[in-house]
Design a binder for this molecule. Structure first.
Ligand code: AMP
Ligand code: GLY
Length: 424
């Protein structure tokens, strides 16, 4: 079989490597990393064609925008198997107002909220909340449309700028305002055919730009899996209280959801609460989740896409950790064109894959930065502490002018995992 992966980032590079353990892969459009032969001898190539013109038995759509725009429907109309919902199911991510409404109808635990397209009622609602305040664009904003602040004045100014279309264009003309929740965050991704739910290894993302969760929200600066605070009981609770009721509600609405459903949760004192649904693999979560899977990943994705999701083959105990290297100026205005040094050397560290996120190779053959997130250095090992050590060893080797990265990805979790082992 040939599998087509749609997208161009490190998530798609990670998908290509996982799928090419057993199949040939075409990435559309891909990036300079998604070319060559996999370790198992399968071909990974790039294509600039529209995915509908690509001959493949399975399509895996990486980013949310094409799903919201109906690529899943277009491909299914051509008789293709697609891992990714149609435009109707993709509204779970494309409209936070739709998602919150569905949660309310399905009894999914989530923060108390209001939806507003006018300033005055939004202001009244904000004033009625105890704070901190959470203001989200209704529409897609590449993970950057959420403000969490203790400062009411800042929240009001943010609402005003969003509603006026100044900060996020049309995506912000409607806002969701929420009560703030507290607790550790968890990304639980499941494969589903709309009924059966196959949980993937839990992951945690680090969304803020700087160490100690400071600085602005980004698309994600690193991730790791597994997550010490999310043992099997927590995974079961998320599946039973969040994922299954949401899928049941989608079925009642006549929506055939086949793909990855990503529940971004906060583990509060009163149990897991849903922050957001994504309708695809997360980035950088995919980098670590896929690295932790054993068995035939392509077969698992094909089963879900064709309506027969099956349990995964058990994998050997494995951990993975990913550090994102971002361009100078990210997230506001990333600078492109900085030459990237010593990438190949970083890839020789044991267990490390240097995944391309935003790179381009010029006619002179030099690899340069070409996006906000540039590389995702991903390491696997038997345990989290060793995966972390390997990832940072590789990070020290690679570089480009103005490179930004966090030094604390998985730090607390790797420490907790080591303590756990010490006690046993
Ligand atoms: P979202 O894109 O909805 O996942 O939001 C991005 C980030 O904002 C999350 O990962 C959380 O860190 C934070 N966040 C979102 N909603 C809330 C909330 N209700 N309370 C506290 N933090 C939140
Ligand atoms: N890492 C968060 C996302 O993919 O939206």
């Amino acid at each position: 079989m040939t599998v087509c992966v749609v997208g161009s980032g490190a998530r798609e590079h990670a998908l290509a490597l996982a799928l090419a353990r057993s199949e040939d892969v075409v990435v559309a459009p891909g990036n300079p990393g998604t070319e060559g032969l996999s370790a198992q001898g399968h071909r990974i190539s790039r294509s600039d064609l529209d995915p509908a013109a690509i001959e493949a038995e399975l399509f895996v759509v990486g980013p949310e925008q094409p799903l919201v725009d109906g690529l899943g429907d277009r491909l299914r109309a051509l008789g293709r198997a697609v891992l990714g919902p149609g435009a109707d199911g993709a509204r779970l991510e494309g409209s936070k107002a739709f998602m919150k409404q569905l949660c309310a109808e399905a009894g999914v635990p989530t923060a108390r909220f209001g939806v507003f397209d006018e300033y005055e009622p939004a202001r009244m609602f904000l004033r009625s909340l105890p704070g901190p305040y959470v203001v989200k664009t209704d529409g897609l904003a590449a993970g950057k449309g959420v403000l969490v602040t203790e400062n009411l004045g800042e929240a009001l100014a943010d609402v005003e700028a969003k509603l006026a279309g100044r900060s996020f264009g049309e995506a912000g003309r409607k806002v969701v305002i929420e009560e703030a929740l507290a607790g550790p965050e968890l990304s639980l991704l499941v494969l589903t055919d709309g009924r059966r739910v196959v949980p993937l290894p839990p992951a945690q993302d680090h969304k803020r730009l700087a160490d100690h969760d400071e600085g602005p929200n980004t698309g994600g600066m690193g991730a790791y899996s597994p997550v010490p605070v999310a043992g099997p009981a927590v995974v079961d609770a998320v599946v039973e209280s969040i994922v299954e009721p949401a899928l049941a509600r989608l079925r009642r609405l006549g929506i055939d959801y086949r793909g990855v459903l990503y529940a971004g949760c906060m583990l509060t004192e009163s149990g897991p609460q849903l922050l957001e649904f994504n309708v695809r693999f997360g980035d950088p979560e995919a980098e670590v989740v896929l690295a932790c899977l054993g068995g035939d990943v392509a077969a698992a994705l094909r089963h879900a896409a064709s309506g027969h999701a099956r349990d995964l083959e058990p994998a050997p105990a494995r951990a993975a950790l990913c550090v994102v290297l971002a361009a100078a100026g990210y997230p506001e205005s990333p600078r492109a064109g900085d030459p990237i040094e010593e990438l190949d050397r970083a890839g020789t560290v044991e267990g490390v894959s240097v995944l391309h996120a935003g790179t381009s190779r010029g006619r002179d053959g030099v690899l340069r930065t070409a996006g906000g997130r540039v590389l995702a250095v991903t390491a696997t090992a038997a345990g989290l502490a060793e995966a972390r050590r390997r990832a940072y060893e590789a990070v020290e080797l690679v570089g480009f002018e103005g490179m930004q990265f966090r030094r604390d990805i998985g730090a607390a979790a790797a420490g907790a995992a080591a303590d756990e082992r010490g006690r046993r």
